[in-house]
Design a protein around this ligand. Structure first.
Ligand code: AMP
Length: 281
């Protein structure tokens, strides 16, 4: 039976008691509107821990002023049912007013890694992400925390925060879960019209093309990016390619010559919906 926890105090009490019982806590932070990508993280956590906690919190501090905080899809009842079926022990769904009460003023800022890729186009985004993840870790006290490679830059940044701040959490990265046709699962896919959904395939198709060309011997990042761009722009409802980059998987620095293990990342607007995806070469 999944138990819904709505206050920080109650969640803290539960974590404390689990710790006293020597239970291993696995934690999956999410913004809800769950899909199979989220559930794959739950599955990993269930295998490696005694107790699995999922948080559902649409974190206001990681959205820019003109972004989709207000319209972000929310359906707690549906999420609870999915968590129940997946065998989640606790869902922690705090109120924004409790996470960020009047006068809230402490944030986590990382001086590297956060100004690149998504960070360049979403100023303040990673400050919000790191702050909320830090708070959630303090509340839930997990042994292991599970994040998707779907948000690759986020995963790398969280690993770095945990290392830099000597936090007692093991951060586990999990592979991207895709729809049958290749589209990376995302709560934001709900925004797409039927026609936009077709153009959204351009992201994964371009990533698969880059991998294929690299495997055939192409190591010039400019050439790979050109081919990707051509393919993406051939889809009618692509409004803008925000970035395509091929980077070192740890430093996120752009590569001059592409090597095995490098990461191709991209952000593309399909209609008004901003989608991201990435692949390991
Ligand atoms: P979100 O609710 O979008 O903030 O995502 C919560 C967690 O689920 C993050 O660690 C994401 O990287 C992960 N996630 C989202 N979509 C996918 C996916 N398609 N495959 C794997 N993990 C995902």
């Amino acid at each position: 039976m999944t138990k819904l926890i709505k206050t920080i105090n109650e969640m803290k009490k539960i974590s404390k008691s689990l710790k006293l019982q020597n239970k291993k806590i696995g934690f999956v932070p999410t913004m809800g509107y769950l899909h199979k990508g989220h559930l794959s993280l739950v599955e990993c956590s269930k295998k490696e821990n005694d107790i699995t906690v999922v948080s559902i919190f649409v974190n206001p501090t990681q959205f820019g002023e003109n972004e989709d905080f207000d319209k972000y899809p929310r359906d707690l009842e549906r999420d609870l049912k999915l968590c129940e079926d997946a065998g989640v022990d606790y869902v922690f769904a705090p109120r924004a007013s409790e996470m960020y009460p009047e006068g809230y003023s402490t944030y986590v800022i990382m001086e590297t890694l956060t100004d690149k890729l998504c960070g360049k186009y979403r100023p303040g985004h990673f400050k919000g992400v790191l702050t909320v993840v830090n708070k959630l870790f303090n509340i839930v006290q997990p042994d292991n925390a599970y994040f998707g490679e779907k948000d690759y830059q986020q995963l790398i940044i969280i690993k770095k925060m945990v290392e830099d701040l000597n936090m007692n959490v093991n951060v586990v990265g999990c592979p991207i879960v895709r729809e049958e046709d290749g589209l990376a699962m995302s709560s934001r896919n709900k925004y797409l019209s039927e026609e936009e959904r077709k153009s959204a395939l351009s992201l994964s198709k371009a990533l698969f093309l880059a991998k294929e060309l690299f495997e055939k011997g192409e190591t010039n990042p400019q050439k790979l990016k050109e081919e990707m761009k051509k393919l993406i722009l051939s889809y009618p409802l692509v409004k803008e390619i925000q970035y395509i980059e091929i980077v070192d998987p740890i430093t996120l620095e752009e590569k001059q010559k592409v090597e095995k293990g490098d990461r191709v990342l991209l952000a593309v607007f399909v209609g008004d919906t901003r989608l991201i995806d990435n692949i390991k070469l």
